[in-house]
Design a protein. Structure first.
Length: 147
């Protein structure tokens, strides 16, 4: 029997909780991405001039990596809800892209100066949640909940 035809098991109750909560969490990241990249004045009005310059000065590759991180998380969450094993590589891509964004933000640019320690702490929280979602999806795939 090929891997794609391995039967799945009944979904545990927590898959719905994790799927919905992670979809809401990742949708918040998607909203931030869209509003920042579209320079929505109502959304970005709380940015300082230095923060605006920082976000609007991202190189194209950083915007692309940020997009993969955000939309990979959204799609991964949707695929968990749909019980699809492709959630795993999407969460993996999202986590890798988060690392690349943090390298840019805190090592290659002035992100730490612009965002301060709070930005570093929030980035750490985002990364930890991303890794936990990846681990959860991998565990559900291994248990054949995701097929």
């Amino acid at each position: 029997m090929s891997e794609s035809t391995v039967p799945t098991v009944k979904a545990p109750w927590h898959i719905w909780v994790v799927g919905v909560v992670s979809l809401l969490w990742n949708s918040g990241g998607a909203l931030d991405f869209v509003m920042t990249e579209s320079r929505n004045k109502a959304y970005t009005s709380s940015f300082t001039a230095e923060q605006s310059a920082y976000f609007y000065g991202f190189p194209v590759w950083v915007v692309a990596v940020w997009g993969v991180a955000v939309w990979g998380g959204v799609l991964g969450s949707l695929l968990v809800l749909l019980r699809k094993r492709q959630a795993v590589p999407l969460f993996l891509a999202s986590a890798v892209c988060m690392v690349l964004i943090d390298i840019y933000s805190f090592a290659l640019s002035n992100g730490f100066k612009v965002m301060g320690g709070g930005g570093l702490a929030f980035s750490a929280v985002i990364f930890v949640i991303g890794v936990l979602l990846l681990a959860y999806a991998r565990a559900m795939r291994k248990r054949r909940v995701l097929g």
